[in-house]
Design a protein. Structure first.
Ligand code: FE
Length: 192
């Protein structure tokens, strides 16, 4: 599949599923993704990490999970689903932070006492379903994961990207960046 087609497929996914509410928050999936990416831009993150921020919740859209999913006691494991889908096209600098962004929440809850109390109620609910905060040993182990630093940065943007009505650049703003990251990082552009 050509890079432009992959990006079109991503745009289509946002058009179809991105209007759904973001997991009990005041923004849609698309707004949440765009605010996450914009925070990465403001932090001067590498293009791969900006793309990871934009696409970190693609698993929610693939799954069709919505704001009632966590309330029904279900962990949709969207980080694994999203990373596995992205791995078909993107390299580990994109997929690693996406896969770890839920573990990064469990990590931050273990090492930063202010972080847990600052989480939204929807995020605290899903935290319980995701296994709660890491033990001190699990937190230390997490620090040696590849992409640990990027995953924690992505997590903080994720948590902040829930501002109702905020104006940020739209999806088209990221089209060329996604195509160039695909060119650098894709492992297989001929299959699927
Ligand atoms: Fe998110």
């Amino acid at each position: 599949m050509q890079h432009a087609e992959i990006v079109n497929q991503i745009m289509e996914m946002f058009a179809v599923a991105g209007q759904a509410a973001y997991y009990g928050e005041a923004v849609s999936q698309t707004e949440h993704a765009l605010q996450s990416a914009n925070l990465a831009v403001q932090a001067n993150a590498a293009n791969e990490l900006i793309v990871a921020a934009l696409l970190h919740d693609v698993g929610h859209m693939l799954r069709g999970s919505d704001e009632t999913t966590a309330k029904r006691g279900i962990d949709d494991v969207h980080e694994e689903l999203g990373a596995a889908w992205l791995e078909r096209h993107f390299g580990p600098t994109v997929t690693g932070p996406v896969r770890l962004h839920v573990a990064a929440k469990r990590y931050l809850c273990a090492v930063d006492s202010a972080y847990l109390s600052g989480l939204s109620s929807a995020s605290q609910l899903s935290l319980r379903l995701q296994g709660g905060r890491f033990s001190p040993g699990a937190a230390r182990a997490f620090e040696s994961e590849p992409h640990f630093v990027e995953a924690v940065a992505l997590r903080r943007w994720d948590d902040a990207a829930k501002v109702a009505g905020l104006t940020v650049p739209g999806l088209e703003h990221y089209r060329d960046m996604m195509e160039s990251v695909l060119s650098e990082g894709s492992i297989d552009v001929t299959g699927s």
